[in-house]
Design a protein around this ligand. Structure first.
Ligand SMILES: Nc1ncnc2c1ncn2[C@@H]1O[C@H](COP(=O)(O)OP(=O)(O)OP(=O)(O)O)[C@@H](O)[C@H]1O
Length: 627
């Protein structure tokens, strides 16, 4: 949905009503009353002066009291309104944060994370969400202003219809404001990359994890220098655009000022000619001054609403990018077209007719047990913007029940292969079959629920230890026996005994008294998480031993073999692990050597060594390094 100013204001108002209807309505009433008080002050001043001038002291006194009361209302009601809407705007920010999290992480796939323009938009959006606080104020003030301007316009028309031209002179400032805003917006997108990189360096310099390496390589000064250079670069560019934008806005304001002066002179001329009384003169002075303020306020409100509209528009763009890059990128529909999807559609589409009115194929059902395994048929994956495909025409059979090791040089495509079989990325072309059923036809959440996965760049969930592991099977988050079993499977049972409060120990620095773990300990917990599920069809371990010491690695693989055998006996699961350590690779049922996104060699350890190819060479190098 594309957003105009009014529709953006309406969207925010509806969101605020949903947060707290009573507070929203109270705030609106107070703001409108406060804004309407000012033109009423001008009207009552006229009554006051005319009454005093014609010798009516009671009428003059009453008008004086009314002026005082209206002045107080005008000065204070907006502050009371602020109390009502302050909390509301915080809740609106929360609401949009939640939406942004849902948009970027609510999709079943991760393809959108591979796009830098999405990262740019999310960076700008994160900063801009703050705009919602101002946005709600702008919406309320806008309504108040509309009422005040209607009153003012009526008074101006009554005084002299020519004065109605006054608000027209307000158009140039508005146009100038829009133009300036667009320039600033473009400049912010252009500088987003520098800002993001500078923030990345800031995080690098302030996180404990990077501290060791920065010191070891003496990079502290260099990181600070680069951070400063990037930040200064984006500030300089933004400053230049802001300067230009201010000049544009000022030119617009000057046009209005000229019109305003002309309008005041018009009324003064009448008064000098004796065609008007003193009350009219006071009225025009007071009300004309308000037109000036109202227009200035309206320009401010419009600028705020323009920023609010940008927030919603960028939101739509994020949704569109996530949708377009989504896991269904390249999905075959019955009409043969690729359809973006967000996972929810997957289920809906399967149940109803598709866009072309043709019945969609029934949703394929996952087998309880694998018999054939997983087949990749002529699979190619090209990352957005990449020249070469990361995986290229790959044909591969991962047999049910087998333990498959994937090896290859850096950048060979191992992690990409893992992401593909997980359904995190959709092939650009080709098919992935699970027991003959295309992964694209399977409901992704159901497939994910049958995967046990441990990744090299595992997440350090800073939670109580039990939950750090338990999130591997959310329904059993706090199930202590299940968590202990999973930890035993991962060979991490002892680790919990070392923690002060056992499984209840909070982990990580985000807790005041959180325990800090070593990289290897965190990885063991991540492995425990991987083994939480009891009946996976696919066990995936991407460099599971990278952070472990040699002894722990050996123990892990002994356990890993036990686990995969146990799981394979139950569900025929395929176990795939990526490793650079050949001692662990050698025991696999099948070894796949990837090179440049293709299968270079495939077979058992002994066969591959005997063949004397790339694998034999890598194994030999590795063996010599450990001799
Ligand atoms: N988001 C991305 N955008 C563009 N190219 C990418 C992206 N991610 C990976 N690549 C490229 O795809 C190729 C395969 O990457 P992949 O991460 O699968 O390799 P890998 O074998 O797992 O490497 P490593 O052993 O270093 O982990 C590499 O050339 C890499 O540069």
């Amino acid at each position: 949905m594309s957003h105009g100013l009014l529709s953006a204001a309406w969207t925010l108002w509806r969101t605020s009503l949903r947060q707290d209807r009573r507070k929203a309505v109270t705030a609106l009433v107070l703001v409108v009353a406060g804004a309407a008080a000012w033109p009423l002050v001008a009207i009552m001043l006229r009554v006051l002066f005319d009454a005093a001038n014609t010798g009516r002291p009671v009428a003059a006194s009453l008008a004086g009291v009314a002026v005082a009361a209206l002045l107080i209302a005008g000065l204070t009601l907006s502050h009371f309104a602020h109390i009502a809407y302050f909390e509301l705007s915080e809740l609106d920010v929360l609401h949009l944060h939640q939406e942004l999290m849902a948009a970027t992480n609510g999709s079943p796939g991760t393809a959108h994370f591979e796009q830098t323009d999405l990262a740019d938009k999310v960076t700008v959006l994160e900063e801009d969400i703050e705009q919602l606080r101002v946005g709600l104020q702008a919406v309320l003030t806008g309504v108040g202003l509309a009422v005040a301007m209607a009153l003012t316009t009526a008074v101006l028309a009554w005084l002299n219809p020519l004065l109605l031209l006054l608000p027209l002179v307000a158009v140039p400032p508005l146009l100038a404001g829009r133009w300036a805003e667009r320039r600033v917006d473009r400049s912010r997108e252009a500088t987003a990359e520098s800002t993001r990189r500078a923030l990345g360096l800031f995080r690098l310099a302030t996180t404990a994890a990077a501290g060791k390496e920065l010191r070891a390589f003496g990079l502290e000064q260099e990181v600070r220098r680069r951070h400063r250079a990037l930040w200064q670069d984006s500030t300089r560019r933004l400053w230049r655009t802001q300067g230009g934008a201010s000049l544009i806005r000022m030119a617009g304001q000057l046009a209005f000022t000229a019109g305003y002066i002309a309008a005041v002179l018009l009324i003064l001329r009448d008064a000098v000619a004796g065609r008007r009384g003193i009350g009219d003169v006071i009225l025009v002075i007071a009300i004309a001054a308000q037109v000036n303020q109202q227009v200035a306020a309206a320009v401010g409100v419009l600028q705020d609403l323009q920023r609010l509209r940008s927030v919603y528009q960028r939101f739509d763009e994020v949704h569109a990018l996530v949708g377009a890059a989504g896991p269904d990128h390249g999905r075959r529909t019955p009409a043969g077209a690729a359809a973006p999807d967000d996972g929810r559609h997957l289920l809906v589409r399967a149940a109803g007719p598709d866009d072309g009115g043709r019945p969609a194929p029934p949703a394929a059902v996952l087998p309880a047990r694998l018999r054939d395994g997983i087949r990749l048929v002529d699979v190619t994956l090209r990352y957005p913007g990449a020249e070469q495909p990361a995986i290229s025409g790959l044909d591969l059979h991962l047999p049910a029940g087998a333990t498959v090791a994937v090896v290859g040089d850096n950048g060979a495509g191992k992690t990409t292969l893992v992401k593909l079989v997980c359904g995190l990325l959709r092939p650009t072309s080709g098919r992935i079959l699970v027991d003959g059923v295309d992964l694209a036809d399977l409901p992704l959440p159901a497939w994910r629920a049958r995967i046990a996965a441990g990744f090299q760049d595992f997440v350090r969930f800073e939670l109580p230890a039990r939950q750090t592991v338990g999130v591997g099977d959310l329904p059993r988050l706090d199930d202590e026996p299940a968590v202990r079993t999973a930890l035993d499977r991962a060979g991490a049972g002892d680790l919990v005994g070392d923690l002060e409060a056992g499984l209840d120990t909070p982990l990580g620095r985000s807790w005041t008294d959180g325990a800090e773990l070593s990289g290897g300990q965190w990885q063991k917990l991540a492995l425990g998480r991987a083994f939480m599920r009891d009946d996976p069809l696919l066990v995936l371990l991407d460099e599971p031993a990278a952070a472990l010491d040699a002894e722990a690695e050996h123990a892990l693989f002994e356990r890993y073999r036990l686990q995969t055998r146990r799981i394979a006996a139950g569900t025929g699961a395929v176990s795939v692990f990526v490793s650079h350590r050949f001692s662990t690779v050698a025991v696999a049922d099948l070894i796949v050597v990837l090179a440049d996104g293709r299968v270079a060699e495939i077979g058992r350890h002994t066969d591959l060594v005997r063949a004397g190819g790339r694998y034999a060479e890598m194994f030999d190098l590795h063996a010599r390094a450990y001799r």
